[in-house]
Design a protein around this ligand. Sequence first.
Ligand code: HEM
Length: 404
Amino acid sequence: MSSIDQTILLHEISKLKSKQAQWEPYAWYKEVRENNSVFYDTEQDVWNVFSYEHAKRVLFDHQLFSNKKERSLVTVPRMDNRSNVNFVDPPEHRNRRALLAKAFTPRALEVWEPRIQAVVNELIMGIEDLTTIDVVEKLAIPLPVTVIADLLGVPSKDWARIKFWSDIIFLPYAKDTYDDIAAQKAQVMKEFYEYLYPIVLEKRKHPVDDIISDLTKAELEGEKLTDEEVVMSAIGLLGAGNETTTTLISNVFYSMLFDKPGVYQEVRADLSLVPNLIEEVLRFRFPAPMDRKVTQDTDVFGHPMKQGQMVVAWIGAANRDEAQFAHAEEFDIHRPNNQHHLTFGAGPHFCLGAPLARMEARIALASFVKRFANIEPAPGFELTEHLTDSALGQSLKSLPIRLA
Ligand code: HEM
């Protein structure tokens, strides 16, 4: 379990206090990137890097920047066993990752495509007769959690409970409320564990075609995963694929309405633009910083970093680095290289679920624009009323839109 000493509090570094400022940190990113792109924060005791090149190096160079870390900005309670695919370096990392990777291959996803389409169709059917909807509630939340529950073999009718638990597991920590949030997380981990444990036992006895069954059969270093390790892996996957994909789908709608009005019609007229629109949203509007531990004294970034210190790569800032993306502050769905964003990470830990998240967002958006002639912000829309705290920075808890 984490303690405040093991937690990097990002908002203490950014000093962006209001929700609005956290939702739009891009002016601050630009200023730091241009004037002070590698700096040390004494209070949080971490190095911070803001350029694309540096962020990429931090993610790729696992020999210098390790993911085996005692402190982290990751707010999910620590699981220090073989179910943790993230807090580990190659070569040990390779086998743990391979266990999960086969669930997310292009072939595995081909099988999943019709199922995702069916979930989307059902969700769209539920809003067809409405004129105003909250697109977060009706589409961005239920889609990823239903799909990931199905993939794992957990009853998707329980999606609201799973969503509740994974939201709390991912809640950000803050200085003044640390103990309260830590207690909530501990309670929810217990409930989630008790919910999944009998499911894992059942699937070990009678395996079927789903990820939990596969995990009960899988071996690591010649030994099967324990029941506890399977439960923890399932919690990890249920959490990892949830808030992130919800944020992506919500942000797609926000960007179409506010970052580039007119894009909805453009995409409706040419559905082949859907994948690039999604990549641009991932580049343009996704804070997602990542951290690593410095393994030996180094000055690769022109500053004296010491062994054992932490470094945070500010991915949202890297994604708007002019050295990598021309007119980076512009939202442009025709950008040829926007898929080079670092929102899914890079190097050995590149997001395993990226193909699934992309597929969900693409199917959801294509089906939506085919069905509705236009969307508009709901009358009287005030952004600040719809922002929530999120592990990734600031995200939309709701987004009311008018359907035409
Ligand atoms: C828009 C949606 C998503 C975003 C932005 C995202 C982002 C990321 C990032 C940045 C990492 C790398 C972390 C690091 O380098 O330490 C990562 C890793 C991971 N993601 Fe995702 N993710 C998304 C969706 C998903 C989904 C749908 C799943 C599957 C259920 C998933 C499963 C994982 C796993 C298992 C890892 C760990 C991989 C490793 O450490 O080797 N993600 N994700």
